[in-house]
Design a protein around this ligand. Sequence first.
Ligand SMILES: Cc1cc2nc3c(=O)[nH]c(=O)nc-3n(C[C@H](O)[C@H](O)[C@H](O)COP(=O)(O)O)c2cc1C
Length: 181
Amino acid sequence: MELQGHEFYRFMAPRLTLLVSTCDKEGNPNAAPFSFVMPVSINPPLAAISAAHKRHTLANIRETGQFVLNLPIESIIEKLHVCSDPFDKGVNEIKEAGLTEMKSVVVKPPRVEECAAWFECELEWEKEAGDHVIVIGKIVKAEVKDEFMKDGAFDLAGAKPLLHVTGTNFALAERIVHVHR
Ligand SMILES: Cc1cc2nc3c(=O)[nH]c(=O)nc-3n(C[C@H](O)[C@H](O)[C@H](O)COP(=O)(O)O)c2cc1C
């Protein structure tokens, strides 16, 4: 079956979903789920998100140069989705969704407490890419909840990070398969 070009990303799924928290220059917090995300460099530690032009997340990153990549887990799936509703700029989605703000260590935007891990970022650069803008952040502080570490690795089965399929559909990553060779 032939596809329309713009449908490609539905097949590059499921995609790891992060909750990106920011604040505007007045300090009003904002949070939105993003699944166009990827690690881009280990040393220095850089990560990318891709934001549609009109996202408040993008406007806030431009205002403050900072953001936090929060790693959400299955237990907050409904609340995460509330954060994708089209609230007005300045509305605190963390509060609207019934999630909890937590002070970041280095950056001004808050962490979302219910998430499994937090990556505090300083804006490195941005580049327009079609109808989105790629934003690269340098991770200046990284932390994972101890309860989600097992035998020195991230406990996928315990955390159940959310993988976006489409719309309100998500897949869970809770099992590791091994290559035998
Ligand atoms: C699971 C999920 C993943 C999403 N991923 C992205 C994304 O990668 N980039 C984007 O621009 N919007 C994405 N969105 C849409 C935004 O989360 C949504 O438009 C949100 O209201 C934007 O909030 P903001 O304007 O406060 O930034 C996604 C939505 C959902 C539910």
